[in-house]
Every structure is written in C-alpha cells, then in structure tokens.
Design a protein around this ligand. Structure first.
Ligand code: ADP
Ligand code: SF4
Length: 716
C-alpha cells in the first residue's frame, strides 16, 4: 500500500540545524509517569514511537540539576554518568528506527518541589512555591544564574554523550527560564529584570551557550510559551510573546511553540478545546523566523495536518496525545491506512498517569506504558495458541476490545450484544456536552472488527445462561458492564442513606434512557469524575434550574488528575449551575433532600423536582451468577467463564479497554504470566549488609571524574 499523494508532503525530510528529521512527524515532549525511575520502560515506549514512524521522538522533562526535582512524579534527569548510561538506551531505541532523539532539558525553578533532594527552590525573584507547600523560592543571585547556565551546558554535553540529536532550552509551562521572561514572576532590578530585553537575557544566554557546547552536532530547540493566558499581566501572543520571537528569531535551530501558564492550558481536553485550538496563538511565529517551527493541537486528521504545513502554520506536525493513542499514526498514513488510525479522544487519562505517578495509560491505546513491562506491541499480537472458540457477551469498550484483539490473534469469536447498537457506555457518554469524540473508542473498534474474518457480531442478542451454554464454546467472556446505584453509597458514604425510591429520584442510567426530568434538578455527585458535572451541564442546557451537590470542597474533584477541574468548575459556574459543596446526602424523600456538612455535620435541606444520584456503580453480573450456578449443576464440558471490564469492577473506560485487551493477550498463557515486570533497584553482588557503614565516595574525586568526563575527547 502507498501513501495518498495528498499526504506526501508530510513525509518530506526537514533540516533542523546540523541534523535532519526524516519526515514532518514530531513527537513533542510528553510525560510518561516513568522518568528516571523506569528507564527501561521509557526506552521501550520511545522506541515504539520511532518504529511507528515519528521522525523526531522527544523525552519528557529532564532535570539538569538536583535543584529541579519533581518527585514523586516521573521526571528524567541528566545529573551524572548513570543518567547518561540510562538515557543512552532511549536514544538508541529511537535511532534503531532512523528517527531523531530529542531531550527536553528542564529546570522548574519555583514550579517544582524538591521533595527528594531537599534543595531550596530557585526563582528570578523571591516568591511562594507554585505547588502549594510550605515555604517558597529564593531569588537567584549572580552566582546562582551563572551556576544555572553551567548546569544547562553540562547537561547538554551529557545529552550529546547519551546520543541525543536535539537538545532543548525549555522556556514554557511556567518553568525557570519562563519565570525570567514573565513580568508576573520576574521583579528583578538588575540586567536580568525590568525591560523585556533584560528578561530575555537568560534565555538568550542559554541558547547561545547550549549551541556553543553541543551545537556542532546537535540541534538546539527552544520550547517557548508565546501566550501564558494571563491576559495583559503576562506574556501574550500579540504582545511580549511576539517580541521575544522577534528578538531571538534566528538563534535556535527550531522553535517548539505552545500556550502555557499551566499544563492544563497546553494539553486541554476535548471537552474544552477543538483540534488545532492553539493555532490562533502560535500561528504568527513562522512569519518571523526562517527556522523550523513545531506546535501541537491534538492533530489526528491527515488533511488537517497537511493544512498546517500548506498554510504555513508549522513545519512539523507536533503531537503528544495523538502519538500516545496511536504510536503508528505516521506509518498508517504512509501506508495509505489512515482510516486505521486510533484517534485520540482528548479525554486526558494520559495526563492522570503523570499526576498519579504511575506509568502512562490511555483510553484508546491499552498497550501504552506496557511495552517493556508486559511486552505489548501496539500493532503486533501473537498468533492464537489453540483452536478454542470464544463467546464475548457485551459490546461496550471491554467487549469490543476483547473481541478485536482475539480476532487479530486468529481466534474464532462470537460477540453478542443485547442492544441493537454497539458501544455500551461509550455510546451513551459521548452524548454528554463536549464528549462527542469519545465515540471514537467505539468507532475505531467497529472499523477494525470489520476486517476480522474470524469475528461474528450479533447485536440485538440478549443472552441468558442457557443460551450461552447451548453455544458450545470453550471460553465465555462476560463484558456485561455495570449500572448506577440508587442507595446513595458513593466514594464518601459507605452506608446506604435514607432514600425513598420515587420517580423523581434518578440515576445517570435513567437520564440516558430518557426518563422525564422536572426541575429544579439536584445532581448529587459522590463519584467525582466527569459524570456529575457533565450531567449537570446537560440538564442545564435543556433549560432546567440545576444545582450540583458534592461531599468534597470542589466539583468533579478527580478531574484534577486530567487537568480539567478548573475548566469544569468554571463552566458550571458560568452556566448558572448552583454549587453546594462539602455536603453529604443523608436522606431524600417527597422532593426534599437532606445534607450534612462534611466538616461540621450541620444539616441543610433542599427541595428538588428531580434528584440525580451520581454515586457508585454495581457490576452487572446476573449472567455470571446464573452461569456459575448452571455450570455447577452440569459439571462437565463447561466453558471457562471470565468477567472483564466494568462487569468485573466498574472503573474508567480506559480500564475497561485494558481489561478486554489483557484477557485476549493472556487467554492461552499460564496463570502467573499476568504479573508485569517491575523496574526496581537490586542489591549489586557484594553489597555489604544493611547495617554496615558504606564508604562515602570521595566528593573531590567524584567531581574530578565528572569534569574529566565532560571534556573527554570523543564526547562530541
Ligand atoms: P464495559 O465498559 O465493561 O465495556 P458497558 O456497560 O459499556 O461495559 O457495556 C456492557 C454491554 O453489555 C452493554 O452494551 C450491554 O447492553 C451488554 N449486555 C449486558 N448484559 C448482556 C447480556 N446478557 N447479553 C448481551 N449483552 C449484554
Ligand atoms: Fe488521547 Fe485520552 Fe489517550 Fe490521552 S488518554 S492520548 S487524551 S485518548
């Protein structure tokens, strides 16, 4: 198969200073939750991206010095030779597929926490820490600035020694060089503060000195936030953002441009932004420089990508999330298989991985983060291990992914779905405001299932235990989903509360089923992810007076992990939805709900026309129970029965997809093979007993060794 001629422009090589990218697909830096603690996982993940055709593959943020420590989050480091050795594996994994390896050198300044290293925080001017924690950052003096410049140079040299082709100067996301740029955080009165010319000085020095250190063989990229979305008080793309580009236009080898202020602005979810939403802020940059420009925008459509190049917005197609959802996106376009792209849905579950300090996960791509620890490849599966036939019951995300992956392995599969349409919860949830692109979870799998000759799909087929057993399959997989509770038990209320069942007390299932709603509406959210807020919004849009109540002090609390909470609460407040915070539901009857304050216990009453309970979910396991009982009676030739997804334990769509995928990968593996590898420190042979004092390495000898390695011949 061949690339559609329309898309050939995407596969042109692009020169970046002394190096050349083989095509225009540029995986911009993104967090993985792995960092320096999981070097093998990181190397495997980046290698897969290169294999999938990304011409440039970047690392996540990589600290240049212990005064920039983001523990316990997954950041990389280039502090010493051990880091060089570990990161060389990542560069090698990327080079193995002919791609360029980029490293995002990083210093967080006041926007870090130094929990591990206990170094004092540094900032252009004394200020409270950006993370809420006791204390703050001290103002950098001249010596600190000179030290910082040296750390950047030394880290760049280590990066080159590790094999990287592109080295970053990182002035985005409110990190240290950006703190120097912005008037909000730079209140210095010396030559590094005041006029923009002075605030730009440090970034200019960084670029010049990084080029001096490694520029002969490595490209030097600048990642810059051209608008911090703080209005006139900060850097804006019409104001100082533009002036900075004008001042430094030809200095770096590549401009990596975004909007920042916070990560949430840059990687906005689809609920709050459309594909290419950064264009209005970043579009001007190419007009001011001859150097290549890259930016991001959750690009998944090749036509949009071509438009970005042809309209002169950028030279590369920058992508973080689309490369997570489909590491093989470039290759699929190259091979004329663009319809097979597993498009990012913009849910930001990937952001939650770093925010929770665990390896990357993705709703669309169950293999991300599993490359090393489970050996999962996004495009390759083992051939089937037997002739066993499998029945999958339920066509939600878990059942669809399970049937698809079994089919790819060559197993004979029957997929039965009670409803007339497939998709399960995804089809319902995609009707909520802003979540339409979530339907891609269903649509991609249906498209790919259409290519699996060994999978038969039966919609409109509600099966009972007798039906299942009469089919004579070897394995039965139950993916029958879950339903919402009606008893008020949620994340913060363990015991059923006094709820008197009535047609005016509904669950999300009832709303999706079209049960009529009368106002005023009270949505009670003790689940804390998207459902409560999104339903409140939907009912408000339908014209009802809506209040959302929750036992926690903010709405949709877990969306902090997907970098959405601020935007959720803003939207609810702006659309006139009342907030009743820190209130636990105690009872609901006859149109009156009684709440107790989470802190004081003080009771409040609210009248409602409809109360919607968004609390816990219960696994739909009636079929499992019936099958277990029938199998116990029959005793022979029974199929294996396994529950997956929400039917096993209600959770996120990402977990349902992962669960279905895992079953299909493990169906023929021995029990125990399911335990993923872990990267953990081991005691090297000859380590002394724990209570013996270890000799401390001579600090003088150590720094001499480090200095020697920096100037070692052949290190270029
Ligand atoms: P998950 O997220 O685990 O995939 P969903 O709730 O999205 O779960 O999907 C479960 C699907 O299972 C629904 O589409 C539902 O109609 C279907 N289902 C439930 N019970 C049966 C059954 N007995 N026979 C066939 N399909 C069923
Ligand atoms: Fe896209 Fe969601 Fe996957 Fe992130 S988790 S890459 S937003 S589909």
């Amino acid at each position: 198969m061949h690339c559609n001629p329309r898309y050939e422009i995407l596969f042109e090589p692009v020169r970046i200073g002394p190096v050349t990218a083989p095509n225009r697909f540029y995986q911009t830096p993104h967090a993985t939750g792995m960092g320096h603690q999981k070097p093998q996982s990181g190397a495997a993940l980046r290698g897969i991206k290169a294999e999938g055709g990304w011409g440039v593959v970047s690392t996540e943020y990589c600290s240049i010095h212990p005064s920039s420590d983001d523990s316990p989050f997954g950041f990389l480091s280039l502090w010493d030779e051990d880091d060089v050795r570990d990161l060389a594996r990542t560069a090698d994994a990327i080079h193995a597929h002919g791609s360029l390896a980029a490293v995002e050198l990083w210093h967080g300044g006041a926007h870090t926490n130094n929990r591990l290293t206990r170094e004092p925080l540094l900032a252009p001017s004394a200020q409270p820490a950006k993370f809420v924690q006791p204390g703050g950052a001290r103002a950098m003096d001249r010596q600190d600035i000179s030290d910082f410049r040296r750390w950047q140079r030394e880290a760049a040299i280590r990066a080159r020694r590790a094999g990287f082709d592109i080295v970053y100067c990182y002035a985005g996301h409110d990190y240290l060089p950006f703190q120097f740029l912005s008037r909000r955080t730079n209140r210095r009165t010396d030559e590094y503060g005041g006029a923009l010319q002075n605030r730009v000085r440090l970034l200019r020095e960084m670029i010049e000195e990084t080029k001096e250190a490694v520029g002969e063989t490595c490209a030097v990229a600048v990642r810059l936030a051209v608008d911090e979305l703080h209005g006139p008080h900060g850097i804006t793309s019409e104001g100082e953002g533009r002036e900075i580009i004008e001042m430094l236009a030809e200095l770096p080898d590549l401009w990596d441009i975004n909007v920042a202020g916070s990560l949430g602005n840059d990687s906005k979810s689809s609920r709050f932004s459309a594909e290419g939403f950064q264009e209005k802020y970043v579009g001007f940059v190419k007009g001011l420089t001859t150097k290549p420009v890259v930016s991001v925008g959750r690009f998944t459509s090749p036509d949009t990508m071509v438009g970005q190049i042809r309209r002169g917005i950028q030279d590369f197609i920058g992508a973080a999330r689309p490369s997570i959802a489909d590491p093989f996106l470039p290759k699929k376009i190259f091979e004329g298989r663009e319809d097979d792209i597993r498009e990012c849905i913009g849910c930001n579950i990937c952001r939650s991985a770093n925010n929770e300090s665990v390896p990357l996960r993705c709703t669309q791509n169950p293999t991300i983060g599993e490359e090393w620890r489970r050996g999962w490849h996004p495009e390759q599966v083992d051939n089937k291990g037997s002739e066993a036939r499998v029945l999958v019951v339920g066509g939600g995300p878990a059942g669809l992914e399970c049937a698809l992956t079994l089919g790819r392995r060559g197993y004979g599969v029957m997929l039965a779905e009670a409803g007339n349409a497939l998709g399960g919860r995804v089809s319902r949830e995609a009707t909520l405001p802003g979540l339409a692109s979530w339907a891609r979870v269903r649509d991609h799998r249906l498209h790919m299932l259409g290519k699996q000759p060994s999978v038969e799909i039966y919609p409109g087929s509600r099966l009972d235990a007798e039906d299942v057993l009469s089919l004579g399959v070897h394995h039965v997989v139950l993916a029958t989903g879950s339903f919402w509770r009606r008893d008020g038990v949620g994340a913060s209320v363990e015991m059923p509360v006094g709820i008197k069942a009535s047609p005016s007390i509904l669950t999300p299932d009832d709303i999706f089923a079209g049960v009529p709603v009368t106002g005023p509406v009270l949505v009670y959210d003790d689940e804390h992810y998207f459902m409560g807020g999104a339903l409140a919004e939907k009912l408000r849009v339908a014209g009802h007076a809506v209040t959302i109540a929750t036992p926690l002090p903010v709405v949709s609390s877990w969306t902090q992990m997907t970098d959405e909470q601020f935007f959720v609460q803003k939207r609810l407040m702006e659309s006139g939805i009342g907030l009743l915070l820190s209130q636990s539901l105690m009872s609901a009857a006859n149109g009156v709900a009684e709440f107790a304050c989470t802190y004081t216990g003080r009771v409040t009453r609210r009248d409602f026309g409809t109360l919607v309970l968004v609390t816990g979910r219960i696994a739909e396991q009636a079929l499992f129970d019936a099958l277990s009982a029938a199998s116990a009676r029959k005793r022979e030739n029974n199929p294996s029965i396994t529950r997956i997804g929400d039917c096993l334990a209600p959770s996120s769509i990402a977990d349902a997809v992962h669960s279905g995928h895992k079953y299909a990968r493990h169906i023929d593996l021995p029990a125990g093979a399911a335990i993923p590898l872990r990267e953990r420190p081991v005691f090297p042979t000859g380590t002394k007993p724990w209570n013996a004092v270890q000799p401390v390495a001579d600090p003088a000898a150590r720094s001499a060794k480090s200095a020697a390695s920096l100037s070692a011949p052949g290190s270029s």
